[in-house]
Design a protein around this ligand. Structure first.
Ligand code: HEC
Ligand code: HEC
Length: 470
């Protein structure tokens, strides 16, 4: 493995050096190489700091959340290097047979890892159901995954999209071989698991680690719980109350009563938390939900967490509602009674306009606004795509190779802010800097001898150069 890595790397260098002498403009070649590699921080991002907030433990019956059984085990097992590997795998199209689709194609960070259309484009056809948001899967409703709760273990769950011919469609043996031949994986697997062996178990485990780290504990709701909702507006307070009285029976976990309703039978304490339910949507002739694999639970679907729900439209298993207003209208006025809807009054809750607005205001407090832009969940390949579009002009890098100071210069007549990223040959980010101007100096003293990739970003222009340090 190590040998393959060195050989392919020296091949790249050789081609580069040859092309340096024979082709006057090596720009395009260099860009292609970089576009395929993830950009990662030198020290991995922190994933293992996902602390389960104290306020979710505290019993405070006045505002409706109690202590109770909780599954925070997965959060305490997070490892930075495993999650880093998971991040690369999640976004890497190499996993798919045609190298054209990744988990990130249907699960978008800015949408809390859902997708903004009812059905996603699979490899051959649209998916049967709405893509699900992936936030807080590490601790909410861990007893089942997918809309029909078919899989009860996240590891087993991941195998589904990975191998589903309409999703990633990976043949695991092909993937293993492909990843073994991909230079950047040997270091990632070694950091995570001690050696560079690529196994199905490790691929799945790393993906689970990455997904488990996606928590939303920075919401306004979480912040306000601590101060007992001091700063909640009148609307938000009314919304909280309406939610507690009407929605909490099913949506407790991941909102404010984390593990359901408390009740006593013969002085023993029980928690009621439904994992699957029916919320009075008209029967879907195309989809029986859990009934697809267990007839006694026809038309029941997973009760998803409502954390970050503002970001994940459209809603329900078939993405039938485009807005939260439509969802609230459904619960208010359009509930179709059936044997399961005993928690909802016949026909719906009949909210008036003030109540509808209050519920909406409350649901918005469940959004963690830092989630969508947190770099630890971002696409490590994305800052390298599209670099061919608009290059930075009059770009010069000299001397190259350098033994002392190399100067990179280019046209920046409008004095844009310029970002510079310098990567070593394994794709690790060695320096990030920002400046205004048309010139930047790189001193050899900061870098060991080798081949470096320099990425410049200026407004919507991007260019890449390679620098050899002697
Ligand atoms: C073609 C689009 C598509 C791709 C690619 C895709 N997914 Fe999904 N994902 C979906 C859809 C649709 C669902 C809901 C499936 C269902 O209910 O039958 C889903 C559900 C899930 C769930 C269950 C969430 C829950 O709350 O129960 C997880 C976890 C998940 N996907 C992870 C992944 C991972 C990891 C990958 C990459 C290996 C991936 N997905 C690739 C569309 C996709
Ligand atoms: C009887 C149980 C039950 C009650 C009560 C209930 N829900 Fe739901 N909720 C569900 C189920 C089950 C689903 C998934 C249904 C589907 O996709 O077929 C769901 C889905 C949702 C969704 C869409 C989730 C997504 O990811 O697309 C939202 C938003 C929602 N409910 C909000 C509410 C609000 C607000 C209330 C109170 C007014 C409420 N629910 C009351 C069971 C319930």
């Amino acid at each position: 493995m190590k040998k393959a890595f060195t050989v392919s790397l020296s091949l790249v260098c050789l081609i580069f050096i040859l092309s340096n002498f024979t082709v006057p403009d090596v720009h395009r070649f260099v860009m292609m190489v970089v576009g395929e590699e993830p950009i990662l921080p030198i020290d991995p991002y922190t994933y293992d700091d996902a602390e389960f907030p104290e306020h979710l433990f505290n019993a405070n019956n006045d505002i409706g959340y109690e202590g109770g059984g909780r599954d925070t085990f997965a959060l305490s097992q997070l490892d930075n290097d495993k999650a880093t590997l998971g991040r690369v795998l999640f976004y890497d199209k190499k996993l798919s047979a045609m190298e054209d689709i990744s988990c990130g194609s249907c699960h978008h960070q800015e949408l809390s890892f859902a997708e903004n259309k009812s059905f996603s484009e699979g490899v051959n056809s649209d998916t049967k159901r709405n893509s699900m948001h992936l936030n807080d899967l590490g601790w909410t409703n861990r007893s089942g995954f997918t809309w029909d709760m078919r899989e009860s273990d996240l590891h087993e769950m991941i195998i589904l999209p990975l191998t589903d011919v309409n999703e990633i469609g990976a043949n695991i043996d092909d993937v293993r071989i492909k990843l073994e031949q991909t230079t950047y994986y040997s270091e990632l697997f070694s950091n995570a698991y001690g050696d560079a062996d690529v196994t199905e178990e490790r691929i799945v485990d790393a993906l689970v680690q990455f997904i488990t780290s996606m928590t939303t504990f920075n919401s306004r709701f979480d912040e306000q719980v601590v101060s007992e909702f001091d700063d909640f507006t009148a609307d938000e307070l009314l919304g909280l109350e309406l939610f507690s009285n009407n929605c909490n029976t099913c949506h407790s976990q991941g909102t404010h009563t984390i593990f359901g309703e408390e009740f006593f039978v013969d002085e023993s304490l029980f928690f009621f938390f439904p994992f699957i339910f029916n919320n009075g949507l008209p029967v879907d002739p195309e989809d029986a939900g859990v009934g697809e694999w267990d007839e006694s639970f026809s038309d029941l679907f997973k009760v998803p967490t409502l954390r970050n729900i503002e970001l994940t439209a459209p809603y329900m298993h078939d993405g039938r509602f485009n807005t939260l207003e439509e969802v609230i209208d459904h619960y208010s006025d359009d509930v179709v009674d059936n044997e399961w809807t005993e928690f909802i009054p016949s026909g719906g809750f009949n909210f008036d306009d003030t109540e509808k607005q209050a519920l909406l205001a409350f649901l918005h407090t469940l959004t963690d606004n830092t989630f969508g832009t947190n770099p630890r969940w971002s696409d490590p390949f994305s800052s390298t795509v599209g670099i061919e579009d608009l290059p930075i002009t009059e770009l010069k890098l000299a001397p190259n190779p350098t033994s002392d100071i190399a100067t990179i210069s280019f046209a920046n007549h409008d004095n844009h802010l310029v970002s510079i990223n310098i990567f070593n040959s394994s794709g690790m980010l060695m320096r990030h800097d920002q400046f205004v101007g048309g010139e930047y100096q790189i001193a050899k003293g900061d870098f060991v001898a080798g081949l470096y990739t320099i990425q410049l970003i200026m407004g919507d222009r991007k260019s890449v150069q390679r620098l050899i340090v002697n």
